[in-house]
Design a protein around this ligand. Sequence first.
Ligand SMILES: Cc1cc2nc3c(=O)[nH]c(=O)nc-3n(C[C@H](O)[C@H](O)[C@H](O)COP(=O)(O)O)c2cc1C
Length: 217
Amino acid sequence: MTGNNLNIADIRQDYKLSVLDDDAVGHDPVSFFQKWFAEAKNAQVTEVNAMTLATADGKGIPHARIVLLKGLDQNDFVFFTNYDSAKGNDINANPFAALVFFWKELERQVRVEGKIEKIPAAESDTYFRSRPVGSRLGAWASPQSQEITDRNILDTNYARYEKEFSTGEIPRPPHWGGYRVMPNHIEFWQGRSSRMHDRILFTKNERGEWCKSRLAP
Ligand SMILES: Cc1cc2nc3c(=O)[nH]c(=O)nc-3n(C[C@H](O)[C@H](O)[C@H](O)COP(=O)(O)O)c2cc1C
């Protein structure tokens, strides 16, 4: 295997911090997610709301990247991005997504899967208005995922929009807004010793009820 000089194969971590008990998880995975999120936040996990977002394009080829969870809308997981980005194109072609949180300080992983759709424009407007000025201008200035010949293009765009919106409010670009992932699978993983981890999976049935099961690690 290449990279042997880095001793990558020898890197190992045994997990001993906690256990995941079936009863403790309860019957509502979104409530339990909130409990674990609060614990991760209290444990000062850095970038606690960073999550891997996996989408697949029209050919079924997967693509993954980090985005930030910005809220739970009812039971849906909301993030914001550029609708014209590569991920936006994937979602247009194939409106399903998977999210992964890894809170290593707590030896925990949460996986979320489900259908994905844009949130209402008015909700994107509200969140956009709450962003710092620089981020709002950045949303206008960056043609996310498109090839640019050099970095100066971003600075030029930024300066242009800074001037254009210097006198009034910065409106939300039509190509920027929120998506919500509407979960039908949520899995909680707690690391245990000797790779004998705990996994509790919630799956939504046709009646919209959550069913709980335990998976082998
Ligand atoms: C910690 C972190 C947080 C990020 N948060 C976001 C985000 O909330 N929204 C976003 O569009 N990109 C975010 N990004 C950038 C994405 O990972 C990615 O580079 C970008 O969205 C373009 O992805 P795409 O070309 O697959 O569409 C973040 C990256 C990191 C490392």
